[in-house]
Write a protein that binds this ligand. Structure first.
Ligand code: C2E
Ligand code: CA
Ligand code: CA
Length: 592
């Protein structure tokens, strides 16, 4: 940012404001910039759509309209540059509205100094860059640059909603390269990766070449991981359309690839599932396209198959699971495990996250990933969540009764639970019944839950903080990663998703993102927790970046409550799990 000119557009209907801004900017000597000024709303919108500026400074009052209207309009039109709003009166309501609308900052006219303006501009641009990078990492595959699973599922969901509304068919294709493992084994992973990139390039060029009028144009390619790709056809008029696309892909893939001087021949197997006949929901369509792909493999590879019902014995299993889940609460089959959080400065345990387990009548322990989605689909999540809250509060009391120091227990909130109308009342009820202090309960909420209904979420979060609870944004980095939102939400900490932590020591991009998240969060005075810490390398990196707390297998997996009691007892004797790994008091590493 230092050696390039920052292009600034001021949108303000008052020439005096322009003069003031111009003079302030020329005083801000550290900021190489160009400043243009425009006075009308309509003119501004046209210019914003051209994406020629790095930052917009917008007056709140623009004749009949407001700067907020412009901000909404601009972001609907795909404008990604940051907005700084100039407010007149400095009234809190407008400021809040500005932040909620996604403004990077607001400045109160008459109270602006050159350094303040400069800092605000730099901060806005830096924040936007970080957001863009996190966004890209969260939604695109880093090897091929194709959309990843998350983005694909999002688009598929949209396509299905449209298909339902307009009563047309859509298709999902699941594509897998045949015998890809052999290529990796023969030529090595580096060449394998290059080949996957080439495949992605070829898929993308099919998308560009296809004629969208004949409805044979794929709308989206994504890489799910490994050698698996998916294709979305938003609208098809007959099931044959999907087969034509499948054929085109199959032919394109079977042309020789030239990688590192080797001529490589590959083929692909493709499964097709059609909305609505093969499934009405995203999950079922993807699953059925996958099942069809396996059949294509069994049919000698290098071909495509439509989904047929017999391909899915799994549907039956699901039904059984659902029946069992319905009975699990009354049979008292759920358990809460707890995973300690370690303070990186002191090495001591500062809290624990409650994680649910299901002790299935067949004997095995079922992890939440296998039943929470089903519980959400069936609405069973609400009674289960209530059980979790009550059990966690009771456990907190039990630990206290054993003479342990008070430590907050973190509970994961499901989206349905948080959006529930009487959630706050229920929660207060549970708190007062258990008698624990709200300070001893921390709630983990994902960004996507918060963003579902920002207005009510905002009110609920405020209410919860007023009650004295601690709020954590969970899985940070996988969703919107909107730092401008975070600024206006009353939260205490963010938890960096473990997918980022996993690769900090091997992937420089991920390391840079984690560094940026930590410094951003700190500048917003938020505590940063990293989850999924498994290795000394990861720990060392996080320590160096000033991360506040960690949680992960390196210290302890989630364990039954008795085990936590033992850990706390050991810590009181000076043999804490954190101490074993961290040097007490300094945050420097001792044994590693
Ligand atoms: P989460 O909130 O992101 O929880 C962290 C997950 O990471 C847990 O998986 C935990 O066991 C796992 N983990 C902890 N340390 C490490 C590590 O070092 N390496 C790796 N690879 N993983 C680690 P778990 O227990 O299977 O839970 C999965 C998800 O299920 C949770 O993700 C959370 O979203 C959900 N969940 C769990 N308990 C509840 C609950 O009571 N209510 C709700 N609504 N969701 C829950
Ligand atoms: Ca969590
Ligand atoms: Ca997480």
């Amino acid at each position: 940012m230092n050696d390039t000119y920052i292009r600034i557009l001021l949108i303000d209907d008052d020439e005096d404001d322009y003069v003031v801004t111009r003079d302030l900017l020329s005083e801000a000597s550290g900021l190489k910039h160009t400043l243009h000024w425009i006075s009308s709303y309509d003119q501004a919108l046209g210019i914003i759509c051209e994406n020629k500026y790095d930052v917009y400074i917008v007056d709140y009052r623009l004749g009949e309209r407001t700067g907020l209207d412009l901000l909404y309009k601009a972001s609907c039109n795909g404008c990604r540059a940051p907005f700084i709003l100039l407010t007149g009166e400095g009234d809190h309501e407008t400021d809040l509205k500005a932040m909620n609308a996604g403004a990077a900052d607001y400045l109160v006219k008459g109270e602006i100094s050159a350094p303040l303006l400069e800092r605000s501009i730099r901060y806005a641009i830096r924040q936007k860059l970080t957001e863009e990078r996190i966004y890209h990492m969260a939604f695109y595959d880093s090897l091929t640059n194709l959309p990843n699973r998350v983005l694909f599922q999002d688009r598929l969901r949209l396509a299905l909603a449209n298909a339902e509304r307009h009563n047309h068919m859509s298709a999902v294709l699941f594509l897998d390269i045949d015998n890809f493992k052999r290529i990796n084994d023969t030529f090595g992973h580096i060449l394998g990766d290059r080949l996957l990139k080439e495949v992605a390039g070829r898929l993308s060029s099919i998308m560009r070449k296809c004629d969208s009028v004949t409805r044979e144009a794929p709308d989206l390619f994504a890489r799910l991981g490994g050698d698996e790709f998916t294709v979305l056809l938003n609208v098809i008029s007959e099931t044959q359309d999907a087969a034509r696309v499948a054929n085109r892909i199959k032919e394109s893939i079977s042309m020789p690839f030239n990688v590192d001087g080797y001529e490589i021949f590959i083929t692909s197997s493709i499964g097709i599932a059609i909305y609505p006949v093969d499934g009405e929901e995203m999950e079922s369509l993807l699953k059925n396209a996958d099942a069809a792909m396996y059949h294509a493999k069994e049919h000698g590879r290098n071909n495509y198959q439509y989904y047929k019902q017999y391909m899915n014995a799994a549907a039956f299993e699901r039904l059984t699971l659902e029946n069992d889940l319905r009975k699990a609460l009354e049979r008292d089959e759920f358990l809460l495990y707890y995973q300690p959080l370690i303070d990186l400065n002191t090495g001591s345990i500062t809290g624990m996250e409650a994680l649910i387990r299901w002790k299935h009548p067949d004997g095995g322990i079922v992890p939440p990933s296998e039943f929470i989605p089903l519980a959400e689909e069936t609405g069973l999540i609400l009674p289960i969540s209530e059980w979790v809250l009550k059990t966690a509060c009771a456990q907190s009391n039990a630990w206290r009764a054993e003479g342990n120091k008070p430590l907050p227990v973190s509970v994961n909130l499901s989206s349905q639970q948080f959006q529930q109308k009487n959630f706050i009342n229920n929660l207060s009820g549970i708190l007062s019944e258990s008698g624990i202090s709200p300070r001893d309960l921390s709630l983990e909420i994902t960004e996507s839950t918060v963003m579902q209904n920002t207005k009510t979420s905002f009110a609920s979060l405020h209410k919860l903080t007023e009650m004295g609870l601690l709020l954590v944004i969970d899985d940070f980095g996988t969703g919107y990663s909107s730092l401008s939102y975070l600024k206006s939400f009353p939260i205490h900490s963010i938890k960096i998703d473990r997918s980022f932590v996993k690769e900090i020591s091997t992937d420089t991009d991920n390391a840079a993102i984690v560094t940026a998240i930590i410094s951003m969060a700190h500048s917003l005075r938020l505590k940063v927790v990293a989850e999924g810490v498994e290795s000394a390398d990861q720990l060392e990196f996080l320590c160096r970046q000033g991360c506040n707390e960690v949680q992960g297998y390196l210290f302890s997996p989630p364990v039954p409550p008795e085990e936590i009691s033992r850990l706390l007892l050991a810590e009181a004797r000076g043999e804490g799990i954190g101490d074993l790994i961290l040097k007490k008091g300094t945050g420097h590493l001792k044994t590693i």
